[in-house]
Design a protein around this ligand. Structure first.
Ligand SMILES: Nc1ncnc2c1ncn2[C@@H]1O[C@H](COP(=O)(O)OP(=O)(O)OP(=O)(O)O)[C@@H](O)[C@H]1O
Ligand SMILES: [Mg+2]
Length: 226
């Protein structure tokens, strides 16, 4: 369970989030929507512990991430979290293969099972022809597919994706969304995505609309009376 409690965040004195509270249960598929500039990416960064809020707390299974040490936060990210940034954040000096198999570049051994799973995702997301290329040699949509695969590769229990299909054509968008839905159903992975697309949001039951720094509307959160 992830709990976001009364999050407030300003940049240079300008308030972007004005008290956002939210509960995400294990295994949910959640979409966050809202106009450009409404604070969606800011909220995801706070959720993943990449950005500290000015006020409020984020709790992962009861633990406040703001209170974790760097080491504990890294462990949480490695063990539990897959994150797709809006700007992808691929490592520019590594080719696609090494971006995907980063733990091995860092000297870690991967199980046969994990390698097999990564290979199956490479095929499913049609990444085989890109493995030797570097990020600057890829199109936006190709970078996006690599970033998605990297987040999925080590079977995190929570996937956080910032506009995961924003650069994809409609065929690939459908493939990615069906893959996310399958992983959500089969592995019970929690999926939290930001999207501008009604079609992409329709894969989830729990939909949150951000506006003016607060949750303007929320449906499907399972609470009585909503
Ligand atoms: N690092 C930063 N420094 C200053 N202002 C920022 C920073 N990051 C975001 N902002 C501002 O905060 C507001 C919210 O930005 P954010 O990226 O969270 O919006 P968003 O809802 O994700 O928008 P989009 O749909 O365009 O991705 C915007 O007005 C943006 O200009
Ligand atoms: Mg954004």
């Amino acid at each position: 369970m992830i709990k976001i409690q009364d999050i407030v965040k300003s940049y240079n004195g300008e308030r972007v989030l004005r008290g956002v509270s939210l509960e995400i249960r294990d295994g949910e598929f959640v979409s966050i929507m809202g106009e450009s500039g409404s604070g969606k990416s800011t909220l995801l960064s706070i959720l993943g512990g990449f950005l500290a809020p000015d006020e409020g707390k984020v709790l992962w299974d009861g633990k406040e991430i703001g209170a974790l040490s760097e080491g504990e936060l890294s462990a949480l990210r490695c063990d539990k979290m897959g994150f797709v940034f809006q700007s992808y954040k691929l490592i520019p000096t590594l080719n696609v293969n090494d971006n995907l198999l980063l733990p091995t570049v860092l000297g870690k051994k991967l199980s046969k099972e994990t390698r097999k799973y990564v290979q199956s995702l490479v095929e499913e997301l049609e990444i085989s022809p890109l493995l030797k290329k570097f990020p600057h040699q890829l199109s936006g949509g190709q970078c996006q597919r690599v970033a998605i695969l990297r987040a999925l590769a080590y079977s995190p229990s929570v996937l956080i994706l910032d506009e995961p299909t924003g650069a994809l054509d409609s065929r690939m968008e459908k493939k990615v969304m069906e893959l996310l839905l399958r992983i959500n159903r089969e592995k019970k992975t929690t999926v939290i995505q930001v999207t501008h697309s009604q079609a992409v949001a329709s894969y989830s039951k729990h939909i949150i609309h951000l506006a003016d720094g607060v949750i303007e509307r929320e449906k499907g959160n399972g609470a009585a009376g909503k």
